[in-house]
Design a protein around this ligand. Structure first.
Ligand code: XLS
Ligand code: NI
Ligand code: NI
Length: 441
C-alpha cells in the first residue's frame, strides 16, 4: 500500500452540518450547533467534544467469542510507521468532518509498540512529529494524552501498584515518554486511568503498600511534567472493577480521598465516565456532584452502559434523561475544569458500514447538546432552582445561619430542640422535581 497523506478514507461523507431537529438528514446534527450560545457560552466551548483514538481508529470489534469485524485500511500496512501515519490521516479526516476540536490518545494507539523499549521510543517520537503537522494543518487539538499500561502481559499485576519494582520502573519510563508526547502535542491535560491498578485477590496483595506506591508514582509523574513546563491538569479516571476484580480508583469519592491523602489535590482532578459510574452503582450525576463539591469536576468520558448487562459496554450516549440530569450538575458547577467531553465509546461489533461511526458520534453530540439546552431551560425558566433552594431556607437566616457560621454548640442545639417542640414534616417533593425534568425534555 502506498499513498499516505492524501487518501480519503471516509469516502462519500462530507463535513457534518447542523440542520436542526426538523431535518431528516441522518448525516446532520439536529441539536449540536457549535456556534449557538447557551448559558453565556457557545456549545463548542461548553462541550469541547473529543474523539477517542483507541475506539474509533484502533478498535476492530474483537470480543472473547470472535475476532474483529472492522477492516481498517491503515492496519494493512506492514511497516508500523506507515500504518501509524495512515491511521493519523484517517483520524484527522474523521475529526475534521465531524467538526470537533479535540482528540485523545494512549501512546500505543498512535503507533504499534516496538519489540524493545528504545524501538518504541523511536516510533513514538516519529509519529508525534507527523501528528504535529496534522494538528497544525487542521486546527484539531489534543484534549489529553495517556499511556496504555494495562494491555501488555508485563502489566498483568498492575503498573504503579505492581509488586515487582522493575515493572513499576518500566511503567515510569513509558509514562515519561507519554508525558513528553502529550507536551510535544500541546496536550491540555494528561489522564491516568488505573488500568490494572487494583487486585484480583486480597490473599496475595499488600493493599497499603500498593496504595503508597501509587501515590508516590503519581507525585513523581506530576513533578516531572511540571518541571518540563506542563501547565495542564492531571486527571484520574475512576472505575470500580474490570479488568481487575477491584480497582483502587473505585469511584469519585474514593479518588478525592486518595488525592488528599497523598497531597495530589492541587494538580489532579477527575475524568468521569458514565459507564464507570453505573458499574460503581452510581449515576453519572452522582459522580459529577461529588467531583464538583470538591472543585474537581475536570473532564467527562461520554458513553453509556446497558441496563441488562453488568460490564463496560462503552456504547454511545443516547439516554436523554441520564444526560440531562448530568448537565444540570454540569451547569451548576460552571462547566468542566480544563477538560471536555471525550467519546470513550465504540460502535457495536455488527456495525460495519463506513457511516456507522458518524451516526454514533452525531447521536452522542446531539444527546449532549440537547441535554445542555434542556438543563439550561430547567434552570432559567422552571421553578426547579427555587424549589431546591427553598428546601434549605431555614439555614439562610436566624439560628440556621448561625449554625452554618459555626456559632452554635451542642447545648445551643439542645435549647432550640427543647423550645421548638415537635416539628412539621417538610416534603422532599421528589415526584414534582422528576416531573419538571420530564416536562422540559
Ligand atoms: C477504560 C477506560 C479507558 C480510559 C483511558 O475503561 O475508560 O478507555 O479512558 O485509558
Ligand atoms: Ni475512559
Ligand atoms: Ni471505560
Amino acid at each position: 500500500m502506498a499513498l499516505i497523506g492524501n487518501t480519503e478514507f471516509y469516502k462519500g461523507i462530507g463535513e457534518i452540518p447542523f440542520e436542526g431537529k426538523e431535518s431528516d438528514n441522518p448525516l446532520a446534527f439536529k441539536y449540536y450547533n457549535p456556534e449557538q450560545v447557551v448559558a453565556g457560552k457557545t456549545m463548542r466551548d461548553h462541550l469541547r467534544f473529543a474523539v477517542a483514538y483507541w475506539h474509533t481508529f484502533c478498535g476492530v470489534g474483537a470480543d472473547p467469542f470472535g475476532p474483529g469485524t472492522q477492516n481498517f485500511p491503515w492496519d494493512n500496512f506492514s511497516d508500523p510507521l506507515d500504518a501509524a501515519k495512515a491511521k493519523a490521516d484517517a483520524a484527522f479526516e474523521f475529526i475534521t468532518k465531524m467538526g470537533f476540536d479535540y482528540f485523545c490518545f494512549h501512546d500505543f494507539d498512535l503507533v504499534r509498540e516496538g519489540s524493545t523499549f528504545s524501538e518504541s521510543e523511536k516510533r513514538l517520537s516519529s509519529i508525534v512529529d507527523y501528528i504535529k503537522e496534522k494538528k497544525a494543518a487542521s486546527g484539531v487539538k489534543l484534549l489529553w494524552g495517556t499511556a496504555n499500561c494495562f494491555s501488555h502481559p508485563r502489566y498483568m499485576n498492575g503498573a504503579a501498584t505492581n509488586p515487582d519494582f522493575n515493572v513499576l520502573a518500566r511503567a515510569g519510563g513509558q509514562i515519561k515518554l507519554a508525558l513528553d508526547a502529550t507536551m510535544a502535542l500541546d496536550g491540555e491535560n494528561y489522564v491516568f486511568w488505573g488500568g490494572r491498578e487494583g487486585y484480583m485477590s486480597l490473599l496475595n496483595t499488600d493493599m497499603k503498600r500498593e496504595l503508597d506506591h501509587m501515590g508516590r508514582f503519581l507525585a513523581t509523574a506530576r513533578d516531572y511534567a511540571r518541571k518540563q513546563g506542563f501547565k495542564g491538569t492531571f486527571f484520574i479516571e475512576p472505575k470500580p472493577m474490570e479488568p481487575m476484580k477491584h480497582q483502587y480508583d473505585f469511584d469519585a469519592a474514593t479518588v478525592v480521598g486518595f488525592l488528599h491523602q497523598y497531597g495530589l489535590q492541587d494538580d489532579f482532578k477527575l475524568n468521569l465516565e458514565v459507564n464507570h459510574a453505573t458499574l460503581a452503582s452510581h449515576t453519572m450525576q452522582h459522580e459529577m456532584e461529588v467531583a464538583a463539591a470538591h472543585g474537581m469536576l475536570g473532564s467527562i468520558d461520554a458513553n453509556r452502559g446497558d441496563y441488562q448487562n453488568g460490564w463496560d459496554t462503552d456504547q454511545f450516549p443516547n439516554n436523554i434523561t441520564e444526560v440531562t440530569e448530568a448537565m444540570l450538575t454540569f451547569l451548576k458547577a460552571g462547566g468542566l475544569q480544563g477538560g471536555g467531553i471525550n467519546f470513550d465509546a465504540k460502535i457495536r461489533r455488527n456495525s460495519t458500514d463506513l457511516d456507522d461511526v458518524f451516526h454514533a458520534h452525531i447521536g452522542g453530540a446531539d444527546t449532549f447538546a440537547r441535554a445542555l439546552l434542556i438543563a439550561d431551560k430547567i434552570i432559567t425558566s422552571s421553578p426547579y432552582n427555587e424549589l431546591r433552594e427553598k428546601r434549605y431556607q431555614s439555614f439562610d437566616s436566624g439560628k440556621g445561619k448561625e449554625y452554618e457560621l459555626g456559632k452554635l454548640d451542642m447545648t445551643d442545639l439542645y435549647e432550640i430542640a427543647k423550645s421548638n417542640g415537635e416539628l412539621e414534616l417538610q416534603s422532599g417533593k421528589q415526584e414534582l422535581f422528576e416531573n419538571i425534568v420530564n416536562q422540559y425534555i
